[in-house]
Design a protein around this ligand. Structure first.
Ligand code: ATP
Ligand code: FE
Length: 355
């Protein structure tokens, strides 16, 4: 099975060709064009600019992906495209492109939930067996997903406000550090004293797997202003200590909630194959080490796919397409783009974990 994948739900325009032959999985090409430069001046992703850039670049990305894979459309079995959730203008650009190719070639389209793409990535990279627990932790998302089949997802909990990546980015902004905030805050934190400033650990006292990060931003702002009021400006030491305190709080919250989510999953299926993370925040060493420990303490394998496949890309969409294709799933030219599309539409609040 060879599938062309398209992704355009946020600020990356991407196309990829992925092949499954017997048991062997291969990413034949994966093209990602980031839009960071286009949005930099605005301090965030501007939906109209994103939509236009996707519409302008997606065809080029498809051509590059086919060329890079050394394939022609005649060798492709289906086109998998992110149909949501995401910025609707961007999603539409991808869906329209897929429909155009489908109309011209007669190839089937398969609509993919972007989050399912992230959640199924460990099966592409490591051939992971079901069931496993996935923590998706990025600039836009933070949720625990129990993955029991290609279309069988249960959300155990997630952030009730900001995503951790967003919190890292805001922290960097408040401290005058470069964007994206994750890497710069992590670098500062490695030189800092996490104990100097007291940061809250939101929602730890509440049962379930929901998380909250917006309070950390407020705490950071207050701590920063406290220092500035005394001394008119931040020293390098202050910055490092603020970053260290902030990061330690994020890490502890993620670790405690991960432990809870893993325990709930192990209760349900003791044969759980792994605890996997995806998303840009999974690049953080302190986060990784803490999550790895949580998994090790429970005798569960810990897995983090390579970063290029953890962040937005089209290989994961193509792979999710392969999984659905194998199940016989096909969409028609009436496939619609969905700005909101919860992953676990069918699931009940089992396990008593989260909402
Ligand atoms: P989504 O994929 O959910 O739509 P996104 O495109 O913002 O959102 P990613 O590309 O997966 O998400 O990740 C980017 C986020 O990861 C940014 O918020 C960035 O600050 C954060 N990040 C990257 N590296 C690190 C790091 N070392 N530590 C913490 N956070 C990091
Ligand atoms: Fe994503």
């Amino acid at each position: 099975i060879t599938i062309l994948g398209l992704e355009s739900s946020c600020d990356d325009t991407a196309a990829a060709v992925v092949r499954l032959a017997g048991e062997s999985r291969a990413i034949l090409s994966s093209v990602v064009e980031g839009q960071a430069a286009l949005h930099a001046a605005f301090g965030g992703v501007v939906p109209e600019i994103a939509a236009r850039a996707h519409a302008e670049r997606i065809d080029v990305c498809v051509e590059r992906a086919l060329e890079g894979a050394g394939t022609r459309l005649s060798e492709i079995d289906a086109i998998a495209v992110t149909a949501g959730p995401g910025l609707i203008g961007g999603v539409l650009a991808g869906v329209m492109c897929a429909k155009g190719i489908a109309a011209a070639t007669g190839l089937p389209i398969i609509g993919i939930n972007h989050l399912a793409g992230h959640a199924l990535t460990p099966r592409l990279t490591d051939g992971l067996a079901f069931p496993y627990l996935m923590l998706l932790v990025s600039g836009g998302h933070c949720q625990f997903i129990l993955v029991e089949g290609p279309e069988d997802f249960t959300r155990l909990g997630g952030t009730i406000d900001d995503a951790p990546g967003e919190a890292f980015d805001k922290t960097a902004k408040l401290l005058g550090l470069p964007q994206p905030g994750g890497p710069s805050v992590e670098a500062e934190a490695s030189r800092g004293d996490a104990a100097r400033f007291a940061f809250p650990r939101p929602l730890l006292d509440r049962p379930g797997c929901d998380l909250s990060f917006s309070g950390l931003k407020t705490a950071l702002l207050r701590a920063r202003d406290g220092v500035v009021a005394q001394r008119e400006g931040l020293t390098a030491r202050d910055r490092a200590d603020l970053c260290a305190g902030f990061q330690a709080a994020v890490v502890e919250v993620l670790a405690v909630k991960s432990a809870r989510a893993l325990d709930a999953c192990l209760d349900r299926s003791p044969g759980m194959s792994a605890f996997a993370v995806a998303g840009g925040v999974a690049a953080n060493q302190a986060v990784r080490v803490a999550l790895e420990r949580v998994a090790a303490e429970r005798g569960v394998r810990f897995l983090a796919p390579p970063l290029a496949l953890c962040t937005d890309n089209a290989a994961m969409i193509a792979w999710a397409g392969i999984e659905r294709f194998r199940l016989g799933h096909r969409d028609g030219l009436d496939l619609s783009a969905r700005p909101r599309w919860p992953l676990d539409q069918h699931s009940a609040p089992m396990l008593g974990a989260g909402k």
